[in-house]
Design a binder for this molecule. Structure first.
Ligand SMILES: CC(C)(COP(=O)(O)OP(=O)(O)OC[C@H]1O[C@@H](n2cnc3c(N)ncnc32)[C@H](O)[C@@H]1OP(=O)(O)O)[C@@H](O)C(=O)NCCC(=O)NCCS
Length: 236
């Protein structure tokens, strides 16, 4: 397979319609939960309105573009804590989108602001590479750049929720910590009481919340901090 050349840049409001079509044409038919929920393009439009529209102007989301055609072929959609307010409970939101966002809320246990105790976090809510461009490192590079940018913006943490075996490979490679996992076969949807993800296609098995902390002291385990302090005393 011939590797495609791509370049990367931050996205802004002007990219909205291209991002929306990537979500409808590539994210929707390939993201494990949306496949299982039989979501439609209309559902994808609603998801885009909730998850993408309010955050594109934050200078935190990245796009990968085919160098030859200029086409958008990959996205990392990122909220930096100030604008995201889940509208998933509104009555005009289709059930499958409520369920899709609902599992994130189960993992986080409320809002990310409460989870981190600060608004100063980054959250990558959508990672997607156009199908013909996958397996070439584009997803990994999008997340690496997203991380670097969040760190430059002085965010304290960045988190990603992985619903796919492939995105899990990416966060492991970059060095995120796994915080909480739910196995699809065990998950009970709060709105229906059903195990709606029991038949998610292989190799996807679970959804996991991953966090990377940029403050180095926070990243150390308490025991490491104690050892560090005592070895410091021993040397004096
Ligand atoms: C997940 C996704 C963004 C990965 O994009 P990508 O550009 O292929 O990412 P990378 O090339 O960096 O691949 C990461 C790893 O997954 C593997 N991978 C990606 N797609 C694969 C596929 N269809 N089959 C087998 N392996 C695959 C890569 O080979 C690589 O493995 P390695 O680390 O062992 O080399 C892409 O598959 C996608 O858009 N999926 C649909 C939407 C989705 O599920 N998003 C994630 C939700 S959190």
């Amino acid at each position: 397979m011939k590797l495609k050349n791509v370049n990367y840049r931050l996205l802004d409001d002007n990219d909205f319609s291209e991002v929306a079509s990537l979500i409808a044409n590539d994210y929707l038919p390939n993201e494990p939960i949306l496949i299982t929920l039989n979501s439609t393009k209309k559902d994808a439009e609603k998801l885009t309105e909730i998850e993408v529209k309010p955050v594109l102007m934050l200078n935190a989301s990245y796009g990968a573009f085919d160098t030859e055609s200029g086409e958008l072929v990959g996205i990392s959609i990122v909220d930096i804590g100030k604008y995201k307010k889940s509208e998933s409970h509104n009555s005009d939101v289709p059930l499958c989108i409520k369920q899709f966002i609902g599992i994130d809320e189960v993992l986080i246990g409320g809002s990310l602001k409460e989870y981190f105790g600060t608004n100063n976090y980054a959250y990558c809510s959508i990672l997607c590479t156009k199908h013909e461009y996958t397996k070439q490192g584009i997803g990994t590079e999008l997340l690496r750049r997203t991380n670097k940018n969040a760190k430059n913006k002085k965010c304290e943490n960045i988190c990603v929720i992985t619903s796919s075996y492939y995105s899990e490979k990416i966060v492991r490679k970059i060095g995120y910590d796994s915080m909480i996992t739910v196995d699809y076969k065990d998950y009970v949807d709060p709105s229906t009481g059903n195990k709606i993800y029991a038949n998610i296609p292989s190799p996807h098995e679970r959804i996991t919340l991953w966090v990377k902390t940029f403050d180095e002291n926070n990243g150390m385990k308490m025991k490491d901090v104690e050892n560090f302090v005592s070895s410091d005393f021993n040397h004096s």
